[in-house]
Design a protein around this ligand. Structure first.
Ligand code: NI
Ligand code: MN
Length: 225
């Protein structure tokens, strides 16, 4: 499978069977977005929470591609109310889809849609696909249960917000990596707006200093997992 990074918290996973899964596709209005929403397709769109910088272009893409949303119950209902296909889940629950299994974790943050609708609890996302486990933390502060998440679900990749202000900053994100203990950490949610400017190479250096591995993805870079 392939993992492609669009900047902010937006990723695309393409499975070996060519199933496209988008996470938090924030492109329009994202000054770092390397592609337009019309450039990409999605069979599934997973949203970590309802903030505008995570819903992003999800509805435009879903309308064009007939994508299925996967999110926590309240946010899934919001998508369904707009006429989209949605699979309702909630924190702690997992479900097997045709591409693999998804499980939602806690995340300490807020979740209201841009139009003021309650979006349910914000979440982190565990993806179990083709024998690999990926943890997209969503937007969150540091929490000690990341240790439990890593123990129960040995992680290959951890996608970690480092931009500070709305989420963990670099030092908390390094501690998060120490707690969850992934094989590889990948920083996200930085440099989109001045208030979340952070140097991903400082994060990488600090992660390596505690004996862990880190890859900084360029915007639009795609890697084989
Ligand atoms: Ni947010
Ligand atoms: Mn955010």
């Amino acid at each position: 499978m392939k993992l492609r990074y669009f900047s902010h918290s937006a990723f695309q996973i393409t499975t070996d069977n060519k199933i496209s899964i988008l996470i938090d596709p924030f492109l329009e209005g994202n000054p770092n977005a390397p592609v337009k929403q019309s450039d990409i397709t999605a069979d599934y769109i997973i949203l970590s929470h309802a903030h505008g910088d995570h819903i992003g272009d999800a509805f435009k893409i879903a309308k064009r591609c007939n994508s299925t949303f996967i999110c926590v119950n309240e946010l899934a209902n919001y998508c369904a109310d707009k006429g989209f296909k949605a699979h309702n889940m909630h924190i702690g629950g997992s479900h097997k889809f045709d591409f693999g299994r998804i499980k939602f974790t806690i995340a300490h943050h807020g979740s209201m849609t841009p139009d003021g609708t309650y979006g349910g609890e914000p979440a982190g996302i565990l993806l179990f696909i083709e024998g690999k486990t990926i943890y997209h933390c969503g937007d969150t502060g540091l929490f000690y249960d990341m240790k439990l998440i890593g123990e129960m679900n040995p992680l290959d990749y951890m996608l970690v917000p480092i931009g500070d202000n709305f989420t963990m900053g670099i030092d908390d994100a390094v501690k998060a990596v120490e707690l969850a203990n992934p094989k590889t950490a990948i920083p996200m949610h930085y440099n989109t707006f001045p208030v979340i400017n952070a140097d991903p190479y400082e994060f990488k250096k600090k992660v390596e200093a505690v004996g862990k591995n880190c890859i900084v993805l360029n915007f639009n870079q795609e890697i084989e997992l």
